[in-house]
Design a protein around this ligand. Structure first.
Ligand code: GDP
Length: 441
């Protein structure tokens, strides 16, 4: 199984039809197995599987613009970000509007990247329109244009085929030992990411080396404590950030999604002085949906020194806002003083061990039997629900399949119960686990 999916970014002016195209892709989205409440689904990114190739599609306009459409001038920024963070770029143009000067500008930018770029001309829904509307777009100097109608589906299939051919497959890097734990350190600007990383690198007795990251100017850090290698994924060049860049840095969802694709454990930093924000829970929501293990780091704990009331209040706030990942360990730290930082990597190692956990079918079926005996599933519309057997189908996170006569009849609360029984029986208290119900008569 591929551990990392490519990120495909959709860029284009407002109103060219990005959301329609996005919705067309969404028909191929992977069904969400775990309908946990509390996670707001963001309609601007989606895990898509076409002909067994899976990728993450991101509508950069929607996602970076915080729901609002991007102002026309910002398309440059959007494009640059996609060039840095995505693996494949789709540039959507408007066939009805024709070629605008800023389209030339974007096309110029896109020529600088070595990543695959597809130019799509939208709102073209017949061969006649194609003949009439497409030729001017060749002035952009591109070899291949894809006439499509996102709304009606015209031209979409051949384009999908071309897209699949350009999706990269990621081989494991030879510089990185196979048992390495990959960590992504995420959080809003100024929450203390670089301070924490520098502190970590200084604190432990460890061997540190740089390995090239996935984007041109990013460098991941490989560090080894004892025998355990860890890879710190570089997001936004957190280690080498200068003062100027500090001011410019803004929270980038595309970047967060990219880092999530590459990591095993997500460290999400929360600023103790400011409390938990919507952006923090959003990132945790992404981590949850992607099935990543996570750890919540409450940084700048020193700011609350001696203020027991605020400390308690903050921890309650965090618990409430992150209840959908209640398994995620929470650690209070101060990157400034170093307090709590020593416990970080040992906790990560513990989480990772659970994350890779693999269990015999015999053991799993005993847990299932005990669970069924402990609490019978209710009838569904007069039909008795039967659970036959279970087996593990993957790790990272541990994922189990349970065969039942009527998956749709299993109530959410019963699935929740089974999840908890598996969690307890397998001693997986710090990570997400998944159960997939499959029909068998
Ligand atoms: P980044 O943008 O997330 O990488 O954040 P930085 O590491 O650059 O930190 C932003 C600011 O917060 C800097 O002024 C740090 O000195 C400060 N800071 C970081 N960690 C702590 C902490 O634990 N306590 C306090 N009081 N300040 C911190």
């Amino acid at each position: 199984m591929q551990t990392r999916y490519p990120i495909v970014a959709l860029v284009g002016r407002p109103n060219v039809g990005k959301s329609s195209l996005f919705n067309r892709f969404s028909k191929h989205r992977k069904a969400i197995v775990d309908p946990t409440p509390g996670v707001t689904r963001d309609r601007h990114y989606e895990q898509v599987t076409i002909e067994e190739r899976t990728f993450i599609l991101v509508d950069t306009g929607g996602i970076e613009g915080d729901g609002r459409e991007m102002m026309a001038g910002l398309i440059r920024e959007q494009t640059m970000q996609a060039m840095r963070e995505a693996d494949v770029i789709l540039f959507l143009l408007d066939g009805k509007e024709g070629v605008l000067p800023e389209d030339f500008e974007v096309a110029d930018y896109l020529r600088r990247t070595e990543k695959p770029v597809h130019f799509l001309v939208n709102k073209v829904d017949s061969p006649e329109l194609e003949q009439r509307l497409i030729p001017p777009f060749y002035e952009l100097g591109v070899d291949t244009l894809w006439p499509v109608s996102a709304a009606h589906g015209y031209g979409v299939k051949p384009f999908f085929e071309a897209l699949l051919e350009t999706l990269p497959v990621f081989p494991e890097s030879e510089d990185i030992p196979p048992d390495t734990i990959s960590l992504a350190c995420l959080g809003r600007p100024n929450v203390g990411k670089s301070s924490l990383i520098n502190r970590l690198l200084g604190e432990e007795r460890m061997v540190v080396s740089d390995v090239p990251g996935t984007t041109r100017d990013s460098v991941d850090t490989l560090l080894t404590v004892g025998k355990q290698p860890y890879l710190l994924i570089d997001t936004a060049g957190i280690r080498r950030k200068g003062k100027v860049q500090e001011k410019l840095e803004k929270f980038s969802v595309l970047q967060a999604l990219g880092a999530l694709e590459r990591c095993d454990v997500v460290l999400i930093l929360i600023d103790a002085g400011e409390g938990i924000t919507e952006q923090d829970t959003k990132v945790l929501g992404y981590a949850f949906e992607r099935g990543r293990a996570c750890m919540i780091l409450v940084n700048k704990w020193d700011l609350l020194h001696g203020d027991a009331k605020r400390q308690k209040q903050l921890m309650e706030e965090i618990a409430r806002a992150t209840s959908f990942v209640e398994y995620a360990p929470v650690l209070k730290i101060s990157a400034l003083t170093g307090a709590g930082v020593k416990q970080l990597l040992p906790t990560v190692a513990k989480i990772y061990k659970q994350y890779c956990g693999s269990f015999s079918t015999g053991k799993l079926n005993r847990i299932l039997q005990d669970a069924l005996e402990g609490h019978n599933p209710t009838m569904h519309q007069g039909r008795r629900l039967k659970f036959y057997y279970t087996t593990q189908i993957s790790t990272k996170p541990p994922t189990f399949i349970i065969f039942t006569n009527y998956p749709k009849g299993v109530h959410f609360s019963y699935l929740r119960y089974l999840l908890n029984q598996f969690r307890a029986g397998l001693k997986l208290d710090s990570i997400p686990i998944k159960i997939i119900l499959k029909e068998r008569q």
